[in-house]
Ligand binder design. Structure first.
Ligand code: HEM
Length: 337
């Protein structure tokens, strides 16, 4: 994984982990409604759409776990029998018309529908790091990006002042800038960015960070190819590739070692950690535009199966409530995507 991270970013994360350590663990929680209001003030309010990852498409898939996964976790997702999965691919940001041909975030959100009504939900992004180490820092970053009413643009001095004081907020964007525009939703890596604990039948717990890697390999566009594709090609591309049976991802877990940071989504695990193949996710169908089984659900990353536990990463726990409030707002408005 880490060979994909520019060494400058990797070096910066090592230094920046000191900043994260220096932050007060007692910082006041951000009210989830205040979070949602800030998303709307900073990026606009698009009624009915997700306030983050607005431009998306539903798909369905099937996951089969490996024996190696069963050795790490008792989660029924890894039984080796096929598990149905609700999938949502999206382009990052609040704008439902975000261009597909920009060097920006792609997302893959998953809901594993497990035996007995159990569910496992997650939202994965196309970078190995998130843009903030705490919910307070994420909120501060969003606030710094709020447009000034007079200029209708963010105040560059405010943006710079916040980023200078919180340099890890730039790491995620630097990663996207260093990568080509993804050729397809099906041809880019998606990271979970948080650590999770995998607990097996004998009760031993192994922390790790996961990554979904396209079975057919990563594929990017040159700048000229991206320009020629235009702003809206990802949905048709996905339909085409899925109809040919070409979209699948290995679900891989990088295993943390004793002194690794596992409570900070801006710090990837060190290079060279052992990687275990947990299984294969095949995308089997794509829904019509604007509808499908992912439209009126949210993907709460704290919705975990027995055998997978959250780490102490404060951003992970802080996601649950804003996702629920976000779902409430857009369902009330009439859900769209
Ligand atoms: C405190 C931190 C965060 C807040 C407040 C936040 C907020 C949100 C909100 C409000 C949504 C829309 C939810 C909905 O309407 O269903 C969303 C979607 C999403 N977020 Fe976050 N987020 C946070 C951190 C993260 C992190 C660390 C990741 C990286 C893995 C992430 C990945 C995603 C993805 C992939 C989606 C789209 C999910 C979908 O397709 O439904 N978020 N986020």
């Amino acid at each position: 994984m880490t060979k994909l991270i520019p060494s400058a970013v990797a070096a910066a994360t090592a230094v920046l982990s000191f900043n994260a350590l220096a932050q007060s663990p007692a910082a006041a929680p951000v009210d989830p409604n205040t979070f949602l209001n800030q998303f709307e003030s900073s990026f606009g309010k698009f009624e009915g759409f997700r306030r983050s990852g607005a431009k998306g498409i539903c798909a369905t898939g099937e996951f089969v776990g490996t024996a190696d996964a069963r050795a790490l976790s008792m989660a029924s997702a890894f039984s080796g029998k096929p598990v149905p999965v609700v999938v949502r691919f999206s382009v990052g940001g609040a704008n439902p018309k975000a261009p597909d041909n920009a060097k920006s975030q792609r997302n893959m959100a998953l809901q594993f529908d497990l035996p007995g009504g159990e569910q496992w939900q997650m939202g994965n992004i196309s970078a190995p790091v998130f843009g903030a180490s705490t919910p307070q820092q994420f909120f501060g970053r969003l606030a710094s990006l709020q447009p000034d009413p007079a200029t209708k643009a963010a105040d560059p001095a405010k943006v710079k002042a916040f980023a200078d004081a919180n340099p890890e907020v730039l790491l995620q964007g630097k990663y996207y800038a260093s990568q080509p525009v993804p050729a397809s939703f099906g041809s880019v890596n998606y990271w979970g960015v948080h650590a999770f604990g995998f607990v097996n039948a004998s009760g031993s717990k192994q922390y790790g960070k996961w990554i979904f890697e396209p079975a057919a390999g990563v594929q990017g566009l040159t700048d000229d190819e991206a320009k020629a594709k235009g702003p809206s090609f990802l949905f048709d591309d996905l339909r085409q590739r899925v109809s040919e049976g070409k979209v699948a991802f290995y679900f891989n877990l990088e295993l943390a070692q004793a002194d690794d940071r596992i409570d900070n989504a801006t710090v990837p695990l060190p290079e060279g950690r052992k990687k275990v193949k947990l299984g294969l996710l095949k995308i089997t169908s794509v829904a019509e535009d604007g509808g499908g089984p992912c439209l009126a659900i949210t993907f709460n990353p704290m919705m975990l199966p027995k055998g997978v536990e959250p780490s102490a990463d404060p951003v992970l726990a802080a996601r649950a409530a804003p996702y629920a409030i976000g779902l409430g707002r857009r369902v009330t408005e009439g859900p769209k995507q």
